[in-house]
Design a protein around this ligand. Structure first.
Ligand code: FMN
Length: 222
């Protein structure tokens, strides 16, 4: 019961923080805990198609804010600001999938070639049908990054750290800015997925949390 209450308290505590207290910094230990939570997040077929870019440089944050209308205050005041990239090459037959399965997960190469490739081909091509275009493949990887995003925000709330998820930016402009800065190389297998700011709230939220009722959003089939 106590654990459930702690998790519920964290869910109520978390809100999309618009402005952080610029003088309160997250400790190295706490931030590395959040990164570890991200790293341990689940992903479809275990491909971990992500990268977390922590942007602490003030000038870069300022320039990013010109393309990020939904993150102006957060970029200015957050203790830590993360751009989450998603891979654009997470196909069943990519060198990356092979690397993940044989090097990271220690699967014998023969098993990968004979069993995994055909199974993942059916999964990606037929079942979830994401091989029609680059965008569908990227969006599938991007979905996985949102799991890490959610986990990081929930874990942060659990230890009293505030956060704000951010989609309020111009994707193309942010991408070309990151390329111009050399943060994203032209042939990097990543594109921008979503951003997230962390820190400590400057003030309490203006509005109480409102949500639809469980009745409105849950249907039981018995
Ligand atoms: C994927 C995602 C992207 C969001 N992008 C922004 C954003 O760019 N700027 C912002 O201030 N809030 C952003 N939000 C915050 C939502 O508006 C907010 O979560 C929602 O209104 C519910 O409020 P609460 O999180 O305070 O409970 C985003 C939320 C999500 C989940």
């Amino acid at each position: 019961m106590e654990r459930k209450q702690l998790l519920l308290d964290a869910a109520h505590f978390r809100h999309a923080t618009k402005a952080f207290d610029p003088d309160q910094k997250i400790s190295e230990e706490d931030f590395s805990f959040l990164l570890e939570i991200a790293r341990l997040s689940p992903s479809s077929i275990g491909l971990e198609p992500w990268k977390f870019v922590v942007v602490q440089n003030e000038a870069i944050r300022k320039e990013l804010s010109t393309y990020s209308s939904g993150a102006v205050k957060q970029l200015e005041t957050a203790s830590h600001f993360v751009i989450i990239l998603a891979r654009n090459d997470a196909r069943y037959d990519s060198a990356y999938a092979k690397h993940m399965m044989t090097n990271v997960k220690d699967m014998p190469e023969e098993t990968f070639e004979q069993h995994i490739i055909p199974a993942y081909r059916t999964f990606q091509d037929v079942n979830i049908n994401i091989l029609d275009g680059d965008r569908t493949l990227f969006d599938w990887a991007s979905k996985q990054t949102y799991i890490a995003l959610g986990n990081m925000m929930s874990a942060a709330a659990g230890i009293g750290i505030d956060s704000c998820p951010i989609e309020g930016f111009h994707y193309e402009k942010v991408t070309s800015y990151l390329q111009q800065k050399g943060i994203l190389k032209q042939d990097d297998p990543y594109d921008v997925s979503v951003m997230v700011a962390f820190g400590y709230r400057a003030s309490e939220p203006k509005y109480p949390k409102v949500r639809q009722s469980q009745q409105e959003i849950i249907e039981w089939i018995e």
